[in-house]
Every structure is written in C-alpha cells, then in structure tokens.
Design a protein around this ligand. Structure first.
Ligand SMILES: C=C(O[C@H]1C=CC=C(C(=O)O)[C@@H]1O)C(=O)O
Length: 385
C-alpha cells in the first residue's frame, strides 16, 4: 500500500484490519468502522503529525452499484513528511522478511477491455448528440478501459517506481491492487484546513507545438474552460456547507505534466466547528464534475448507460485517513487495477482513462485525449524510463 508525492508520504504492508463495503452507504459504513476501530486501540504516538499513529489506506468505488470499496490498516507503516520519518506498527507484526527484488514484467500485450476505443468514440458521440438535442445535461465524463497482459509476473512495485520517478508531482498510490499516479487531489484535511486541486480541461503534446503555446491554447479554449468551471463549481458547492471560509481561484492555472496539461484550481477552506469527518466530506463531494458531470444525478445515470462497464474503483476517492481525522484523498485517475495474483506466471491488469464531454466536444479528439491519459500507465508497464 502506498501514497507518495515528491518523496513524502506513506508506505505500508501487512493487514492489521480490513473492511470491504459497497453500495450507497459505503462512505458512512467506512467512516463508522474506522472510528470504531481507532477508538479501540491504544496509541503511542511520539511524532504527532498527520499520518502518524494508525492509518487506514482507503479506496472507494466510483458508483453505488456495482463496485467494492476497501479500507486496509497496515501492520507496518513507514512515513515521511518534511524531513521527519517514522514507523508505525500495529499489534505484533510478523518478523519482516527481506523484500523480494522488483522484477520486470516482460512483454506487454494489449486488448480491448469492457469498452473498446471504438465503443468509447460511439459513447462520446451519443452523449454529444443528447446534449445538443435534449439539453438536460451540461457535462458528462465518459471513460473506457484497456486490458494488458504481461509475459512475466507483474509486481505492483515495478509500476509504482516508474510512476513516482516520472510523475513526482502526482500522488502515486497503491491500495488493494489499484495502482496509479493521480494529478487530482479530491480532498485533504489537516486539522481544520481543507484543500483540493480540481482538474478538468486538457491538452496534450502535438507535433511542432511548444509547451508555452499549448498552455496558452488551453487557457484560451472556451470548451476546456467550461469543462473546468463545472468541475470547480461542483466541488465548491458541495464543500462550502462544511466551511466557514472557502477560497476558489477566479481563474484556473495550467498544470503541466509530461503526457498532458490540465486546467487546475487549487481550492482551500477552513472547516466550521461541525464534526464532519474527512470520509463524510468525501461522500458529499464525490463525484465532482471532473469524473461525473453536471447535473450529477443525470450524468451518473447516463455514464452507466453509455459506458456499460463497471468502473470499479477507477475515478473513486483513494488515499488515507488517520485516527485524528487527517488524511488525503485523490481521485483515482491514471491508474490500473491489477487482476493477477503476485504468484501468477503472467500479469493481467485493467487500465482506465476518461474525458469530460460538453456539447461541442469532438469524439475523435476525446479518443486521442483518453490515449494521452493512458500513457503514464502504459509506459510504467512497459518499463519506459
Ligand atoms: C477522467 C479523467 O481525467 C479528468 C481529470 C482531469 C482532466 C479531465 C478532462 O479534461 O477531461 C478529466 O475531467 C481521467 O484521467 O481518466
């Protein structure tokens, strides 16, 4: 299990406690379980920072149905934050074995997942037609998947090392086989402060175009600005009832990554005295219009109809919570679900990528954008340095 950004973060192993849950009440159940569990343990914490003491790595399903959500409390946790390092153990962990060396997964073969690129193009075209003809939807985020098989066993650490090296500003995560490097922070809580990095609106490298030129084009694109505004306002609307102050930038900035650039809004707030926990607040803001759409209920319903696939935990909240209520949740993007067991002779993994669609989206460009968003995971699998 891990959650690492720029070398800081948490890495855990072993399982001291675990909850599997699903359905509409998954966040409520997860929250109650974690609070109960944390109340019953005796904690000796000499460090007192966010992420010290017991921590539950968390990965929630995107949708109410189907989907499974999981919380895992590792037996051993190693943390680092601003030059401070710590180790947390829960109970009497089994004697540590020296870690196995990380092996290359060999050759990679790709095949269609539950929704092929052609099916995805059609789903986007259908959504655009519906937006233009019916007019009950302003934005929808549609995704598709891709299967990859590796000729040798697949070790999640191989992917994590590559992602963390190539995308240091992203949050590189691994929870129960869901591995990725997300640039999008759904919600971070540190004491009474909350923070979010909303992303929506994307441009990707094109022949003969410099980075500054691309960034300027993205900022000037009305289509991307409207995609972004829906996402930022969905987050702000759902978060503001919990806050006495909430600051949303008037204009987005550009986040530059090696595969894509995004319009970004860094939102920050101060919580009111309410007892809302991070998991309850996450329940309130998920799914933002960066992964759902506007209005949310119509968009989520149409996602199910048009994609016809199970997103599982892709685009759901992923991260960690500690026993004091601090924690970080990213949006599980640029990720893959490892389906093979570590002892399997071949690896099997399901990759995901999606795009925000508005009435003037072009289905061919959305297919190309999803390709660009699949690159980090494909290159990590192929071991491209
Ligand atoms: C849904 C994804 O990206 C979201 C986050 C950033 C930009 C997005 C966009 O421009 O469409 C998406 O809203 C994904 O990477 O699968």
């Amino acid at each position: 299990m891990s959650w690492v950004r720029d070398g800081d973060g948490l890495v855990g192993w072993g399982c001291a406690a675990r909850l599997d849950t699903s359905g509409t009440e998954r966040f409520v159940e997860a929250d109650a379980w974690w609070q109960d569990w944390a109340e019953q343990v005796e904690v000796h914490d000499e460090v007192g920072l966010p992420g010290t003491g017991p921590v539950a790595f968390t990965s929630m399903a995107f949708a109410e149905e189907p989907g499974r959500s999981v919380l895992v409390v590792p037996e051993v946790l190693v943390g680092q934050r601003d030059g401070v390092r710590w180790v947390t153990t829960v109970g009497e962990p089994a004697a540590a074995r020296p870690p196995e060396p990380v092996a290359h997964p060999g050759m990679v073969r790709y095949s269609d997942g539950q929704l092929s690129a052609t099916g995805y193009r059609q789903a986007v075209a259908d959504a655009v037609r519906r937006m233009r003809e019916v007019g009950d939807l302003d934005k929808i985020v549609l995704a598709h998947d891709l299967l990859a098989c590796t000729s040798d066993p697949l070790d999640g650490r191989f992917l994590l090392n590559n992602l963390a090296a190539r995308y240091p500003s992203c949050w590189t995560f691994s929870v129960d086989g869901l591995v990725g490097a997300t640039p999008e922070l759904l919600l971070e809580r540190t004491g009474q402060l909350v923070r979010s990095r909303v992303l929506a609106g994307t441009i990707w490298p094109r022949e003969g175009r410099g980075a500054d030129e691309l960034a300027a084009e993205l900022l000037a694109s009305g289509k991307d600005r409207s995609e972004h505004d829906y996402a930022a306002s969905s987050l702000a609307t759902c978060l503001s009832p919990f806050c006495t102050e909430l600051t949303v930038p008037e204009e987005p900035s550009v986040l530059r990554l090696r595969n894509v650039m995004h319009l970004a809004s860094d939102v920050s707030g101060v919580l009111s005295g309410s007892q809302a926990t991070l998991l309850r607040m996450t329940d309130a803001v998920h799914p933002t219009a960066a992964v759902g759409g506007t209005p949310t209920p119509q968009a989520v319903k149409l996602i199910h109809e048009l994609e016809g696939m199970d997103r599982d935990r892709y685009a759901g909240p992923v991260g960690w919570v500690d026993a004091r209520g601090n924690g970080e949740f990213g949006v599980a993007l640029r990720c893959a679900q490892i389906q093979s067991a570590p002892e399997d002779r071949e690896g099997r993994v399901r990759l995901f990528a999606g795009c925000g669609i508005v009435a003037d989206s072009d289905p061919d460009l959305e297919v190309a954008e999803a390709e660009a968003k699949l690159l980090p995971m494909r290159e990590a699998l192929e071991g491209i340095a």
